[in-house]
Write a protein that binds this ligand. Structure first.
Ligand SMILES: Nc1ncnc2c1ncn2[C@@H]1O[C@H](COP(=O)(O)OP(=O)(O)OP(=O)(O)O)[C@@H](O)[C@H]1O
Ligand SMILES: [Mg+2]
Length: 166
């Protein structure tokens, strides 16, 4: 963990600017398998960590490895973080042509149980809906179902975005 903290200590505005982000979280990859999710709000961080940890128990989310923060002296906006397993995100694995247009088919080497690999049907795909149904059954109700919020782990879809506290 100390080695990871050394990497996290070096995260600056430039790194954050280049990293994937959404309305609340910024994700910085720390090595091949582990990344950190960073939030401006400590309570929002705790909320997501708690929900992802519960999902992890049911194989519905990536593994979590506890809290880690960027030191205050770095003076970055989002410094409250938790360590998470890094998984391929559906949006990121979509092939694009030279103009950046998406192809409608996922590469054939990516196999996910219950998915025919057709991008067009992603949000209505049975396996995606089953994932969110199972999350709801354990008390994690989410409505933000899209290709940037779903990853792939062991040939199954997992949720990577655990919603908002406020
Ligand atoms: N475990 C992970 N493995 C790999 N990439 C991840 C992981 N978690 C998040 N990411 C990347 O970081 C992005 C932002 O994370 P997340 O979706 O949790 O943020 P958010 O602010 O809650 O998003 P939204 O705008 O959808 O509400 C994701 O779309 C994805 O690209
Ligand atoms: Mg998101």
């Amino acid at each position: 963990m100390n080695e990871l903290q050394t990497v996290v200590d070096k995260i600056d505005h430039e790194t954050l600017g280049k990293s994937p982000n959404g309305c609340r979280a910024t994700f910085v990859k720390l090595n091949d398998s582990v990344g950190i999710k960073l939030y401006e709000d400590e309570e929002q961080r705790d909320y997501c960590l708690e929900r992802q940890s519960l999902a992890e128990e049911y194989d519905l989310g990536p593994d979590t490895f506890g809290i880690m923060n960027i030191p205050e002296r770095a003076k970055v906006d989002c410094r409250f973080g938790y360590l998470t397993e890094c998984v391929p995100v559906v949006w990121d694995i979509l092939p694009r042509d030279d103009a950046g247009e998406l192809y409608w088919l996922i590469p054939s080497n990516v196999e996910v149980e219950g998915w025919d690999g057709t991008y067009q049907s992603f949000e209505t795909c049975k396996a995606v809906n089953e994932l969110y149904q199972k999350l709801a059954e354990i008390g994690i109700h989410l409505c933000d179902v899209h290709d940037e919020n779903v990853g792939i782990k062991n040939g199954r879809f997992v949720c990577i975005d655990f919603g908002e506290l406020y």
